[in-house]
Design a protein around this ligand. Structure first.
Ligand SMILES: C[S@@+](CC[C@H](N)C(=O)[O-])C[C@H]1O[C@@H](n2cnc3c(N)ncnc32)[C@H](O)[C@@H]1O
Length: 220
């Protein structure tokens, strides 16, 4: 089970192979085509210490991230030399620096009032970090609290799940459409074969690995 302790331990042991030193190339390529207006608030669930948040802020967006691990949140600000202010709310500690706000807390506990203020959502290594039954909750409880006309980008991985254990989990296109299709328009933007760039998957004997980028558009 992907309980909080699993992730706290990963951060304590610095087993964070998902973290990238640079912004995600597929985000840089596709985000502009979503047409999200500068000044919009972009929700980043299960944010880690992703540098994608820095890029989004540099493009004029206001970022609202949520992350369980206090280690991750504090590393984000210290590693990027960002001084922050700290406030407490019923659902977590809020770290703020310029246009970036990171809530150290459980994404599933965020109130509808806060999520309802988000104009867009960016999901990289978040949905695919969750086991199947939690992915259902994630779509039905968390994404469902985002407002009408919300736009989003979702980046997934596809590989034969039987060949390797998650996380990251394989989330295939049919599941993405099942999870989000009721409330969101789902458009596949790119599917890219990345097996050759992932030695850990090759070593584990995985025979195919794709990353897929989707555009999500919340229907009213
Ligand atoms: C695979 S990492 C990806 C982080 C980030 N999206 C990135 O691209 O680097 C998943 C993160 O989600 C966090 N997490 C897991 N469950 C969570 C929850 N219920 N609420 C908030 N954060 C959570 C973990 O601590 C971990 O940092």
């Amino acid at each position: 089970m992907m309980e909080p302790d699993f992730w706290h331990q990963r951060w304590q042991e610095n087993r964070i192979g998902f973290h990238q030193d640079k912004a995600t190339p597929l985000m840089l390529k596709h985000w502009p085509s979503l047409g999200v207006s500068p000044g919009s608030r972009v929700f980043v669930p299960l944010a880690g210490k992703s540098r994608d948040m820095l890029w989004l802020a540099s493009q004029g967006y206001r970022v609202l991230g949520v992350e369980l691990s206090q280690l991750a949140v504090e590393q984000f600000f210290t590693e990027n030399d960002l001084p922050y202010t700290l406030t407490q709310s019923p659902y977590g500690r809020h770290y703020r620096s310029g246009d970036i706000e990171l809530v150290c807390g459980d994404a599933f506990e965020l109130p509808a009032a806060l999520l309802g203020e988000c104009d867009a959502v960016y999901d990289r290594a978040a949905l695919i970090a969750l086991p199947p039954q939690m992915r259902r909750r994630y779509a039905d409880e968390l994404y469902a609290r985002l407002p009408g006309r919300c736009q989003g980008m979702l980046i997934t991985l596809e590989y034969p799940q039987a060949e390797k254990e998650g996380p990251p989990f394989a989330v295939h296109e049919d599941e993405v459409r099942l999870l989000f299709g009721d409330r969101w328009g789902v458009q596949l933007l790119e599917r890219r074969d990345i097996l050759a760039q992932d030695p850990a998957f090759v070593q584990a004997g995985v025979t195919a690995l794709n990353t897929v980028v989707y555009q999500l558009d919340r229907q009213r």
